[in-house]
Design a protein around this ligand. Structure first.
Ligand code: PEP
Ligand code: MN
Length: 340
């Protein structure tokens, strides 16, 4: 960080700042300019409390240089992290191949899940999504099949080899969900549930972390940092749209987040065009755009009968639409040096 002194700050005030910096275990390097003096702080100040310096006499502002997150940042690792999904198909998020995770919003029943699992596998998916615990806005809406849903997901994995990606909503569900799933999804509404982030960080299954609907990229990366700081480095960042004033879509899919997250972090980035638009006719174009923007993976809602889906039918695509979309992104991928 750099401590910028006010114009006319006294020699004593500058020396006081230098002393405080040294007391923090860091090195001070005052630079006297014609208008003002700044005190450059040398050393890793990421975990020091900057705000204390901000209120010291003679200080104008404190400018941060290092990112506030560390393990998630490019400062500690330059290349891209590849996260293995598990499952028999060997899917990896963060390699040359764009990993496709697809399936219903919620696990509803055995026929629905198995039909869709086989269909997405045939079309080239490596992961199967499906919520057994659903975060619903309305308490009277379908809440998911809970453990029964997890059993069905495990059965679908046994039949297809697809890696199971499913949401965990609470600390007390982590052990149960981790027993069945290959990847734990932390939903947008829980992105800053710090106890949950710590709990998924303390187990070994990879985590798909959704961006909160009003979270900045810094808050998103700090949420990833929680998980990583507890020992789990297999974190995938998922852009799923943010809430804006725009109402032609359910959420505004912020695709510029994909290259920006790659710029800031080594963690792989997955795009969810389903929550990200809320409309099934927009999903195909957003899948193509996400691949063109260098997404490492896509997570897509697919249903065998969207009109009768218990959750998110309006944004779910059919088996045929999914197969067509896979062909479309296979044409886009080589243009950005990727494969599907
Ligand atoms: C979902 O994937 O169905 C879901 C609820 O996602 P999000 O947390 O991004 O809203
Ligand atoms: Mn959904």
């Amino acid at each position: 960080m750099i401590v910028v002194m006010k114009p006319g700050a006294s020699k004593e005030q500058i020396e006081h700042v230098s002393k405080l910096v040294r007391e923090m275990g860091l090195k001070d390097h005052p630079i006297v300019g014609t208008e003002r003096t700044v005190v450059a702080v040398i050393g890793d100040d990421r975990f020091k409390d900057r705000s204390a310096l901000e209120s010291v006499a003679g200080v104008d502002k404190v400018v941060r240089i290092l990112a506030s997150y560390k393990m998630a940042s490019k400062e500690v690792k330059k290349g891209r992290t590849a996260v293995p999904l598990g499952g028999k198909l060997g899917g990896v998020v963060g390699g040359k191949k764009v990993a496709i995770i697809a399936g219903p919003c919620s696990v509803e029943n055995r026929t629905q899940l198995l039909e869709t699992a086989h269909a997405v596998k045939e079309a080239g998916a490596v992961g199967l999504r499906g919520g057994a615990f659903k975060p619903r806005t309305n308490p009277y809406s379908f809440q998911g099949l809970a453990e029964k849903g997890l059993e069905l997901l495990a059965e679908a994995r046994d039949q297809t080899g697809l890696a199971v990606v499913t949401e965990v909503m609470a600390v007390e569900q982590v052990a149960l969900v981790a027993r069945y799933a290959d990847v734990l999804q932390v939903g947008a509404r829980n992105m800053q549930n710090f106890n949950l982030l710590n709990a998924v960080g303390e187990q070994s299954k990879p985590v798909l972390l959704k961006r909160g609907m009003s979270a900045t990229l810094e808050e998103f990366l700090l949420a990833a940092e929680y998980i990583m700081s507890r020992g789990n480095g297999n974190v995938m960042l998922c852009e799923r749209g943010i809430r804006t004033w725009e109402d032609y879509v359910r959420n505004t899919l912020a695709l510029a987040a994909v290259p920006e997250l790659h710029h800031l972090s080594h963690l792989p980035v997955v795009v969810d065009p389903s929550q990200g638009t809320g409309k099934n006719h927009l999903v195909d174009a957003m899948c193509r755009a996400a691949v063109a923007a260098d997404a490492d993976g896509l997570i897509i809602e697919v249903h065998n009968d969207p009109a009768h889906a218990l959750t998110d039918g309006a944004q779910s695509i059919t088996h045929q639409q999914f197969a067509d979309m896979m062909k479309a992104i296979a044409r886009i991928a080589p243009a950005v040096d990727r494969e599907v």
